[in-house]
Write a protein that binds this ligand. Sequence first.
Ligand code: ADP
Length: 336
Amino acid sequence: YVGARESTFQALVHSFSNRVAIIALICVVLAGVIAVPIAQFITYPIAELVEATRRLAQGDMTVRVPVYSQGELAVLGQSFNIMVETLHQTQQELLHKEKLASMGQLAAGVAHEINNPLGTILLFSDVMYKEASEDDPRRDDLKMIINETTRCRTIVADLLNFARQQEVLAQETNVHALLEQVVEGVSHQPSFEGVEIVRQFSPDLPTIQADPAQLQQVFVNLLNNAAEAMEGGGTITLVTRPVNSRWVEIKVSDTGCGILEENLGKLFTPFFTTKPLGKGTGLGLSLVYGIIKMHRGQIAVQSQVGQGTTFTVTLLVRLFEEGQVAPVSTPADVIA
Ligand code: ADP
């Protein structure tokens, strides 16, 4: 007979249960200590994403989420950041286009109303100037009236050009021949004295569907700006190349004064000019922008102060697909 006292056995069972309970408790605490940071590690980026989405919904376009690791959440964070960036850019573009469209309507109205009275002033002052004798003291004043009225008419003509970008009369256009015509037309101007024009034309450039008269305006403006940015001379380089089967690219680079970074965003805004009073109207680049947008193209600018500026125009080879009729665009369509 082998026996044990019940009390000893009970004590043993008791101590065993206690140990099991303590071990279970320690396991639970340990699991908590380990699980909470892991859970936080997983849910923190989600909470940040939720907060960022809330701020975005309130219109805060500066919101970005930090991208910590390389997992799915990081990819989600990156996609969110890219989405906000694209949204921001699209919003800015829309605002700009809306501004251009309303400026176009306003400009057309004002220019139309002002054009006729200006013509009358010019006509009568010119007649009075011609009738005034050589020693008439009013001759200088009349000359001043004629000069200033002529300047106003140039501004009004620019405004009307800007507002009248209505129709893209597209036809097969040889970009090189067009650029040659533009160079031929502008290079006799005094601002082109001491300016060398270098051509780097790709022999593979296809003809494109575009409105040649409007494209001429684009490149006349870009070349004039380039020459005016290079007081004392410099080099303008014209580079063409096919980007792929759908797009061609035309670059106009100069070795001029460059553009301050804070001005880069305002270049295509109507009436933005850094030229002295009487020299610039600030309508050239907004006209260029409108024409390029009506051709469903792109225009970009890169500049380094003191070194020069490059405008890159990208245009579609086939503006209208087979069988599609050329659209008639109004400045308001530029929004589309
Ligand atoms: P405007 O020539 O009448 O001033 P634009 O719209 O053509 O109007 O140009 C706006 C401004 O952009 C210019 O006043 C000038 O400051 C700047 N700009 C345009 N092209 C160049 C260039 N190639 N180099 C330096 N600045 C330029």
